[in-house]
Design a protein around this ligand. Sequence first.
Ligand code: FAD
Length: 544
Amino acid sequence: MKIETPVVIVGGGPVGLGLAVELGWRGAECLLVDELERDGYRTHPRANLVNSRSMEFCRRWGIAERVKEVGTPPGYPHTAMYVTSLRGHLIARIDRPAHGGGKQIAFTPEPPQRCNQIWFDPVLRERAEGFSTVKLRYRWRLDSFTQDEKSVASRVTDVATGESHTIRSGYLAACCGGRSPIRRILGIDQNEDEVLGVPISVYFRAKNLWDYHDKGKGVLHFIVGPTGVWATLNSLNGGDLWRVTLHGGAKEHAAPEAVDHKDVLTRIVGIEFPYELVAISPWVRKKLVTAAYRRGRVFLAGDCAHQNTPTGGYGMNTGMGDAVDLGWKLAAALEGWAGPKLLDSYDAERRPVALRNVEEATRNFQLRSFAPIPELVEATPAGEAARRRLGDEIVKNTSRELLSDGIAMGYRYDSSPIICPDGSEPPPLSVTEYLQSTFPGARAPHAWLADGRSTIDLFGKAYVMLRLGRDVPDVARFADAARRRGAPFEVATIDEPTVGSVCEKRLVLVRPDGHVAWRGDALPADTAAVIARVTGATGASSPA
Ligand SMILES: Cc1cc2nc3c(=O)[nH]c(=O)nc-3n(C[C@H](O)[C@H](O)[C@H](O)COP(=O)(O)OP(=O)(O)OC[C@H]3O[C@@H](n4cnc5c(N)ncnc54)[C@H](O)[C@@H]3O)c2cc1C
């Protein structure tokens, strides 16, 4: 069978589904294939943290409330604690009152949530299925593809029937995870050496686990021994589902059947407790960013493009950022107004974000081991002093893994070819702090509008020119320039002091993905040049 579609997405994990939703939301057609029916996630629950930026994407797609409904209940504390065991000594406790539920945070309408992929992926799938332009084909495996200047021809097999199909598309988005065959087909470097370890996940069910110890409810429990954290206990649903990660030695191959789960769980809690084992899954902790995100008409996104240790919860969230960045640009190309630099800018914008996040995740992981402190687990004054010192150290250096608003929200596309720099000093980049800014390339700020919407609710389907305050210059010349290029353009005039102060300038041009493309207090001499740049029309296209 021969099939034609503008975009083929390979992989129906959160990133492939996120891209399908982003394209569907823009009215663009795509076909997603996944070799599995995605039952795999029932046995290995992976990402829990949906950060604020991913939640903002969900808000745009109309599923933020659904994610909150199916995730950890709003009242359940997002507390993290470092303990020798749950009935043993407390070393550090980090409460995160700004996480979860519908709490108010100054810089976003969407606080981070905990919604494991077991529930998050189906919410995305349901949303994707709701668009008539999006087709999902499960148990279809991509085997190979070729591309030329005009299109991509993909060979896929229907795993259930063994039938082969050829799909001809304008573009192919590889969202097929860490074991992607596409990197290999394209010959893009995989950095196989960067394996940081082979941990094991123990997934189990236990009711009211918190009744068996005195540390109270939490979502993350780091179990610390004399040389570092040897296990992490994660609450998956604020109820009866839990996952332990046994950190494992570097590069050892772990045998799931050799894991004495009863012994491990008893050591973690400090007492035997009733539980039901669901699954034991080994996985590979990697540090990887591919050498390129694009070859011709093929784009890599999510774990296919970058992999990091989950220390910090950055992997899926970074991938969701890829999906949104790629999504609006592909839609622009299909609508016919994308300049040649627009699709090129995907690599220029997203690879630096992955490089930063992968480094930070690796740093977090490395801090989990330390020089031996033999007295750490002892009930002696020396043990107590050692725990106090380590606790102080954790709060000072390690807690940034748990409080990383700057990673979630603060990434910027300053060096992108489609951003117009204004010559001002870049605000500092921090891991823990996120300062809202309209610095070109930054995420455009959130502020509540008098009508109850957030400023970020204004962005999405067009370039939006914010006119802020009174007697603001007319922007008809910008609108004309955008119209001549066929790019969607809207104007939002807002005379509300709280919005004006957070936006810094009187005119701020925001792209469809909610990042600032240009800003100023007055119109530039050449508005057409600004529009040409932000739509990727100017400059030579980099070799694909
Ligand atoms: C223990 C653990 C905890 C984690 N916690 C977090 C967290 O808290 N926050 C966070 O942001 N990230 C976390 N991550 C990382 C997160 O799980 C991944 O980054 C995320 O799943 C990547 O999504 P993806 O869509 O890119 O790839 P995947 O989820 O791996 O999906 C890829 C899909 O492609 C399909 N596929 C592969 N090859 C083919 C083919 N040839 N044809 C068709 N289909 C194909 C596969 O079947 C699969 O369904 C964690 C990971 C682990 C292991």
